[in-house]
Design a protein around this ligand. Structure first.
Ligand code: PDD
Length: 286
């Protein structure tokens, strides 16, 4: 069955949704995106994702072609027509089609391009990987220095995922100046002596929406949170490690660069945080 997608005000069969070859998203990587998860047919964390979208657009002086209530209505319509119970909604806004290639931003009269599509992921919440834990390798962080803006420039993260695949593991964590920045598409954490440790917010990492909620929920559950950077060696010797993202929620990490953490099984804090996160975020889903 063909998916229905959203493009610039229209709901279309996916094969009919076409974007210009001059679109700046295509020729310049000049666009931003969000990925929001859907559980029980409802959107998780919409206020967080829409606020971050507006921040990314502002940082790039890009217009938003829709209001936030309109954006939510588009999410709802796509979830409904595509019958999504568990899955993701992908949203991308680019600086649009100036009609030719030029490095300078086009005039204000060029309208942004907005695209949304759904991805069905049955079993997303009950992902068996969350029970087994996943393995990561570390690689140098060679991305640009505004990682707080969620741009569509995902070539290096794609290279990182391929390096992980070739190494026979699930993902890669980026390292800069000896410290972990974040995962290729997630925020990274370790647990040591009951403390949950994750890098502080800056331009070095994406300000994860799941991260913000998980840290708040951890504090509410009387867990101690410390926001500071950590090394790979520290992570390998930690009691637990995990990562967070909209598409994986809280995911335990059991091996880093070939070294198993403790007994190589997911730890209790990651498991508890996943449980709390799923429970609480479903309550505020819309
Ligand atoms: N990635 N860091 C990076 C580099 C990311 O790409 C992501 C999300 C995160 C986690 O952010 P959030 O909790 O808001 O999803 C951190 C999405 C899921 C993706 O690119 O598919």
């Amino acid at each position: 069955m063909s998916r229905t997608v959203y493009l610039n005000g229209e709901y279309l069969p996916e094969a009919e949704a076409k974007v210009s070859i001059f679109d700046r998203g295509f020729v310049m990587g000049d666009g931003v995106y969000e990925v929001t998860s859907v559980l029980d047919g409802k959107i998780l964390e919409f206020p967080g994702h829409s606020a971050r979208l507006q921040r990314s657009l502002n940082e790039l002086e890009m217009k938003c072609p829709v209001t936030m209530p309109e954006l939510l209505a588009i999410h709802h319509e796509l979830v409904k027509v595509n019958n999504i119970d568990e899955g993701l909604v992908y949203l991308q806004i680019t600086r649009g089609n100036p009609g030719d290639r030029d490095f300078a931003y086009p005039d204000d009269n060029v309208e942004p391009t907005i695209v949304l599509f759904t991805q069905a992921k049955p079993g997303l919440a009950a992902d068996p990987k969350a029970k087994k834990g996943i393995k990561v390798i570390s690689i140098p962080d060679l991305r640009w220095h505004r990682r707080d803006i969620k741009t569509v420039q995902l070539l290096y993260p794609s290279m990182a995922k391929m390096a992980a695949k070739k190494a026979g593991v699930d993902d890669a964590w980026f390292v800069e100046d000896g410290k972990v920045t974040e995962g290729s598409s997630n925020n990274a954490y370790i647990v040591k002596n009951g403390q949950i440790i994750t890098r502080e917010l800056s331009h070095d990492i994406l300000h994860g929406i799941t991260r913000a909620s998980v840290l708040k929920m951890a504090a509410e559950a009387q867990m101690e949170v410390v926001e500071r950077a950590f090394t790979i060696e520290e992570a390998q010797n930690a009691d637990e490690a995990f990562y967070t993202s909209a598409s994986s929620f809280v995911m335990p990490v059991v091996e880093i660069d070939g070294k198993a953490l403790k007994d190589g099984k997911p730890g209790p804090i990651a498991a508890r945080l996943r449980e709390i996160y799923l429970e609480e975020s479903k309550k505020t889903a819309v």
